[in-house]
Design a protein around this ligand. Structure first.
Ligand code: ATP
Length: 247
């Protein structure tokens, strides 16, 4: 691989000074790719994303070994806002829309980190609506009253309004019906192919993630136990048996 955009090198993460959760995780995210971070409940996927985006401090967690770099610069101990300025936006698990704001107001909160004109804002809003026509229909609705799928779309749309180079997407399938999961992953693929957005997505739903991602890493108990091109992982007998339920 050429120099990756995001390089996680052998990181260890400890919560509350004693709980060792990541035990030397390494992964590389190439520019323009969709990389999946897979694994069951508690494997360490969210912790890895938070280590990358410097969001562990608020949870009493810290990277005690290793390094996370973005375009060659160390980022894991930086100010989370610096990473946003570098073009990395995290969409948290559970979506985190502002429930009392309308869908459109939520989308606009993603824009305010940028120095751009109102015309650009409107153009970008229309672009988000072109990927998510459902959000346009619901733009005046209070986000808290929209469905789980619409809130997930809103969270990704808000990230798009920040014009990101990379989106860290945590468990986009969580709590959604299979058809909606397909729809959301389909849009992620389009954003990747047409807008050139790089994705690192954490997912328990190995089946769907390996159909849409280019490369996958499987985490178990804070360690990467396997990685490879998504097409190869899909054919791997252990992945089939333990993650795809096809033994
Ligand atoms: P899930 O899909 O359930 O979110 P995950 O793979 O994202 O799982 P993490 O949320 O990273 O896993 O959790 C990894 C381990 O770290 C778990 O054992 C969890 O209990 C522990 N953990 C997570 N956050 C904290 C915290 N703030 N303090 C202490 N332990 C934590």
């Amino acid at each position: 691989m050429d120099d990756p955009l995001l390089d996680v090198s052998n990181i260890e993460v400890i919560y509350n000074h004693v709980i060792l959760v990541l035990k030397g995780v390494s992964l590389k995210v190439p520019k323009g790719g969709i990389t999946a971070l897979l694994g069951g409940n508690g494997a360490g996927k969210t912790t890895t994303l938070k280590a990358i985006s410097a969001l562990l401090h608020s949870e009493r967690g810290e990277v005690t070994k290793g390094r996370v770099s973005y375009r060659g610069e160390t980022v894991h101990n930086s100010d989370p806002a610096d990473l946003v300025r570098k073009g990395v936006i995290q969409v948290m698990e559970g979506r985190h829309c502002f429930e009392h704001l309308t869908v459109e107001e939520n989308l606009l909160t993603g824009f305010y980190t940028r120095k751009a004109s109102k015309a650009e804002m409107n153009a970008d809003l229309e672009k988000v609506y072109s990927y998510f026509p459902r959000l346009k229909e619901r733009r005046k609705s209070q986000a808290g009253y929209t469905s789980g799928g619409e809130q997930q779309m809103c969270a990704i749309g808000r990230a798009m309004m920040a014009k990101p180079e990379t989106i860290l997407l945590d468990e986009p399938s969580m709590g959604l019906a299979p058809q909606l999961v397909e729809e959301i992953f389909g849009i992620v693929k389009e954003l990747n192919e047409r807008e050139g957005v790089t994705f690192l997505l954490a997912e328990q739903n190995t089946n769907v993630a390996l159909r849409f991602a280019h490369y996958g890493y499987i985490l178990e108990s804070g360690r990467v136990v396997m990685d490879g091109p998504a097409a190869e992982l899909r054919e791997n007998p252990d992945v089939k048996e333990f993650y795809l339920g096809m033994s």
